[in-house]
Design a protein. Structure first.
Length: 72
């Protein structure tokens, strides 16, 4: 089971950009994540094809299960 924290940002051209963090510490501290997202936007270090990050849109934890089968 793999979990990732997905940070969703609005860009200057109205699109959504995502940054993911593997194995997030739970429970998620929403206030701390929002503050970190605002710092990421203020630092202006990420540029996407749809423009600079401009607003924090959302946060979610994605839980992914993979079952592999051996084929002989």
């Amino acid at each position: 089971m793999a979990k990732t924290l997905e940070l969703q940002f609005g860009t200057e051209f109205g699109k959504t950009a995502r940054i993911t963090v593997d194995n997030p510490k739970e429970p998620i501290d929403e206030a701390a994540v929002k503050q970190a997202m605002e710092q990421i936007i203020a630092a202006d270090v990420f540029f996407t094809p749809s423009g600079n990050l401009s607003v924090a849109k959302g946060v979610r934890v994605v839980d992914r299960n993979v079952t592999e089968y051996e084929i002989v």
